[in-house]
Every structure is written in structure tokens, then in C-alpha cells.
Design a protein around this ligand. Structure first.
Ligand SMILES: Cc1cc2nc3c(=O)[nH]c(=O)nc-3n(C[C@H](O)[C@H](O)[C@H](O)COP(=O)(O)OP(=O)(O)OC[C@H]3O[C@@H](n4cnc5c(N)ncnc54)[C@H](O)[C@@H]3O)c2cc1C
Length: 486
């Protein structure tokens, strides 16, 4: 696991000069690098006398291999990819095209199928992909294009020149747990860049520094988060067709929590399934990992998985705040793209296409900056304008109030969502406010003994009966033990 430490002080750090540094090699960062490379190639073909160089464009990715830290469902809306690489389907690693969708509401042992799939969850024409393999493939395109990708390097501090972002410092290597240099110590680099693009995914560490320094969250709704816990299963043939997509609501969450599950059929009898839980829950005993495990015990899900085996698992957060939580995305020497900015449509549980498109628009802006040799806020702010004039805004504006509508539970949320659907996303108010996710959590003493919900009660009871002979192993079981002792 990569741990961000405070950089050591009084260290001589090697310096490197760069035109552009992209921090983060997920869909946003890779699309940004590739689009910039395309624009430079086109420019150089038309202007052989005044070429631009890609030599000093760098992408930093903290994982050891490209794509290693990328985790998602994943259903790809192909819109942005078709703009970036027309005909990408011919060579990209695509597992299946979506041909069938269904949405179920689960009770503890039963299920109700929605008579029609709500429009936001219709995914015909989208692709089931492994985001890990997809980003690896995108990364190979970036490298083939001549852009240098440094894997295993994290941006750990932003560099400033007054109020201008002037690059990033990479992480020190060979530091012990007390933050002292070991014999293999290697200081991080000061990577001085004309433009720094933050593509770190949700809650990026450099993005947080930037937001704090310039109070970029002023007048914005707080960014809120969900966490998705995911497993990949290999199941016996015939359980779910490649390209079949199932969403569920309800069990094991109650009407007081927001979240749901996805099940995507992939090729070779592989099933991607996972549960996304909004972190704005009230009950401190609720554990999103436990929620997925309970979900898998539901008779419908257990039947799908019976006889299969889990082959991979992981968890990752998603930014849920939507349009009103997006900070200014450009300034003097910097831009923010993808999930780092909050470009995610929580109604569709989709952000890959928005990450790609935002990376492309940032690349188009930085290309202008390189041509003009001007990376001041005046030039880079054009990224804000490009976003606002693009389909990113169109898509996110329609769901600008969606997630906040669920702050008071599922039923109120459904009502707001219905109203928003017929008022172009407005609903009851022009701008719905939100509380930070953690502000919803109550103290145990403030909750009814059963957490105020029958589903959760059953979840707790089951956990208690299965854990009786072993010591508590997680916050969830510790709390239950504490509760049962009381
Ligand atoms: C459980 C789950 C299911 C999802 N399902 C879908 C779906 O089906 N369809 C869909 O479209 N979207 C889905 N999403 C959302 C989608 O995954 C994201 O919107 C998308 O991956 C955002 O891309 P990104 O490049 O902005 O960030 P990320 O994909 O998070 O990539 C960020 C990269 O930056 C690297 N990085 C971070 N910090 C640093 C640093 N300081 N220095 C160097 N490198 C750094 C990380 O290692 C990572 O590789 C899902 C998300 C989750 C969590």
C-alpha cells in the first residue's frame, strides 16, 4: 500500500523541467495525454517550421503498473472514446456489449422486478469492460504516442511560485515508518512544470492541497462520497449472459440509506458484482464491506454465484456531490480533471466517459497554452468555459440535484428524482444543498437499539450469530459486541 508521508526537509532534490505534468494515469489522465499528443502531431504536420515538443510532457502514476489502481463496475458509455479514438472498438479490450438490463428491488428474501428499466439505467450500446485492462491499453497508446509515463511515482506535494502552481514534488523512496531515510533512500524530484493537471481520481491528495490553499470549495456544496465494494466471480456457464446488466435497490440497505448493487455479465462466465453505499449513513455500525457480503447471501444473488469462485476484489470511492460540488477547474498553472474535480453522474453510476472528455478538454486548453507560451490563469481558465459548453455540463446539469434529494432517505429521494425528471433536473428548488457525508452519522446512543431499520437489524443479528465463537475482527463486529454486551 502506498502511504503519503510528509516529505523530508532540508534534502537536496533533483530538479526536472517540464512543459506539462499530468498527475494520475486513470481514464482522465490518459485521455488528456493522448489528446495532447494528437494535437501536437497535427500541429507539427501543418507547421513543420515551428514544431511543438512532447518530450517534456510527463504523466505520473503512483501504481507500479498502469491500470493497477483502477477499479470500477465497469460499464463504458462510449461517447467520449468515440471522440478520442474513432473506431476504438476494433482494438480496445471490450468484454461484451450490453444487450439486456433489469432493475430489481430486493427485500430480505424476495425480489420485485421494475416493469421498465428507468431511463438513466438503460445501458444498451454501452460496453462491459475491465477498467484495469482498458486503462492499461489506453496507457500503451499514450506511450506509443511518445509521452513519458512514470509508473511508481506519486505526486506528493504541489510546488508553488507565489500563487502560481509551478509543478509537483514526487514522493521520496526508501523512507522508514518513522519517516526517516533508510540506506536505499532516494529523494523525490522537483518536477517544475508550466502546467500541472490533476487527474488523481476521487479525493486526490494534491487536489485537496489545492482546494484548501485557494478555498476552491467556497460557495460550492461539499463533495460527498460513496464507496463501492466489488468482486469478480467466475460462475458456472449459463448463469448470466455476457452483456446482461442487473441493478438492485433495497436489501440489505434500508430506506434510510442510499446505495445499490450492480451485476454485469462479462465474457468467459465472469461476473462483476458490487455494492455502492453512500457514506452519508447514520448508523456507525453499517459497514459497506459487510453490506456486500449480506447482499451475496440473498437467495437470488446466492443462486447466481452458487458453485462459482471469487477471483478478485477491491474497493474504491466515488464523488457523489455532482455539479454544485465541482470546484473551479483551472487557475494559474493548474487544471483539475475527472473524478478529482467530481465529474461523475451518480444517477447513472458512470464517470469514465466524463473523465475521458474532461481530460480531452484540458488537453485542448493546454495545447493553446503551449502554442501561446502562456499558461496563466487567463489562458487556462478557458478549460472552465470548454467544460461549460460541452456535453459534460449538459449531462451533469440534468442531474445537478439528484443525489442531494436522497439526503432524507430513499422514498423522499425517489419523489425528488421524479420531480427532477419532469423539470429538467430542477425539482423543488433551483439548487439543493448537501451536508458533508460524515455529518449524517449519529452516535450509537442517539439511535434506536435496532439502528432504526429492520434490514440492518437482521444484518446485525446474522453477523452476531456467525461471529459468536471468534473475536471481533472489524469495526462492525466490535460495535456489535459492544452493543450486545450493553
Ligand atoms: C465501484 C465503482 C463502480 C463504478 N462503476 C462505473 C461504471 O460502471 N461506469 C463508469 O463509467 N464509471 C464507473 N465508476 C466511476 C469511474 O470508475 C470513475 O469515474 C473513473 O475511473 C474516473 O477516472 P479518473 O481518471 O478521474 O480517476 P481514477 O480512475 O481514480 O484514476 C486516478 C489515477 O490516479 C492515480 N493517482 C492518484 N493520486 C495520485 C498521485 N498523487 N500521484 C500519482 N498518481 C496518482 C491513481 O493511482 C489512479 O490510477 C465506478 C466507480 C466505482 C468506485
Amino acid at each position: 500500500m502506498l502511504i503519503f508521508r510528509k516529505p523530508l526537509e532540508n534534502i537536496d532534490r533533483p530538479q526536472m523541467e517540464a512543459d506539462v505534468v499530468i498527475v494520475g494515469g486513470g481514464p482522465a489522465g490518459m485521455a488528456c495525454a493522448l489528446r495532447l499528443s494528437q494535437l501536437i502531431d497535427e500541429h507539427n504536420a501543418k507547421n513543420p517550421g515551428s514544431p511543438l515538443s512532447k518530450e517534456n510532457v510527463y504523466l505520473l502514476e503512483k501504481s507500479r503498473e498502469i491500470g493497477q489502481h483502477c477499479l470500477s463496475g465497469a460499464l463504458l458509455d462510449p461517447r467520449a472514446m468515440r471522440e478520442l479514438l474513432p473506431g476504438f472498438e476494433k482494438e480496445a479490450p471490450i468484454d461484451a456489449e450490453v444487450t439486456k438490463e433489469a432493475v430489481y428491488f430486493l427485500t430480505r428474501t424476495g425480489k420485485f422486478k421494475f416493469p421498465i428499466t428507468p431511463p438513466p439505467l438503460r445501458a444498451h450500446g454501452n460496453y462491459v469492460i475491465s477498467i484495469n485492462r482498458f486503462v492499461k491499453w489506453l496507457g500503451s497508446k499514450v506511450e506509443e504516442a511518445g509521452i513519458t509515463v512514470f509508473t511508481g511515482f506519486a505526486g506528493s506535494e504541489l510546488l508553488f511560485d507565489g500563487d502560481r502552481v509551478s509543478g509537483v514534488q514526487t514522493d521520496d523512496k526508501g523512507v522508514d515508518k518513522h519517516n526517516q531515510p533508510k540506506s536505499n533512500f532516494e529523494p523525490g524530484y522537483d518536477l517544475k512544470a508550466k502546467v500541472t493537471i490533476l487527474a488523481e481520481g476521487p479525493r486526490g491528495s494534491l487536489t485537496k492541497q489545492l482546494v484548501k490553499k485557494f478555498s476552491l470549495d467556497k460557495d460550492r456544496n461539499p463533495q460527498t462520497y460513496g464507496v463501492g465494494v466489488k468482486e469478480l466471480w467466475e460462475v458456472p456457464a449459463g448463469r448470466i449472459a455476457p452483456g446482461e446488466v442487473i441493478y438492485t435497490m433495497g436489501w440489505p440497505l434500508t430506506s434510510k440509506e442510499y446505495g445499490g448493487a450492480w451485476i454485469y455479465g462479462s465474457k468467459d462466465n465472469i461476473v462483476s458484482l458490487g455494492f455502492v453505499t453512500d457514506l452519508g449513513y447514520r448508523d456507525p455500525r453499517l459497514d459497506p464491506q459487510r453490506v456486500l457480503q449480506e447482499f451475496k447471501k440473498h437467495p437470488y444473488i446466492a443462486g447466481l454465484l452458487a458453485g462459482g469462485k471469487m477471483i478478485r476484489y477491491g474497493a474504491k470511492s466515488l464523488p457523489y456531490g455532482g455539479w454544485w460540488a465541482i470546484p473551479p477547474v483551472a487557475g494559474d498553472g493548474w487544471m483539475i480533471v475527472g473524478d478529482s474535480a467530481g465529474f461523475l453522474n451518480s444517477q447513472r453510476l458512470k464517470g469514465i466517459h466524463l473523465a475521458i472528455k474532461s481530460g480531452m478538454l484540458a488537453a485542448e486548453t493546454v495545447f493553446d497554452a503551449l502554442k501561446k507560451s502562456d499558461s496563466s490563469a487567463a489562458t487556462l481558465n478557458d478549460f472552465q468555459r470548454r467544460v461549460e459548453n460541452s456535453w459534460i455540463k449538459e449531462e451533469l446539469w440534468r442531474v445537478r440535484n439528484f443525489h442531494q434529494g436522497f439526503e432524507h432517505g430513499l422514498w423522499a429521494g425517489m419523489l425528488h428524482a421524479g420531480l427532477q425528471q419532469i423539470t429538467g433536473g430542477r425539482g423543488l428548488y433551483s439548487r439543493y444543498s448537501a451536508k458533508p457525508s460524515h455529518a449524517h452519522m449519529k452516535k450509537l446512543a442517539e439511535l434506536p437499539a435496532d439502528g432504526g431499520s429492520t434490514s440492518l437489524l437482521t444484518c446485525i443479528t446474522r453477523a452476531r450469530s456467525t461471529k459468536r465463537t471468534s473475536p471481533p475482527t472489524s469495526l462492525f463486529t466490535t460495535r456489535i459486541s459492544a452493543n450486545s454486551a450493553a
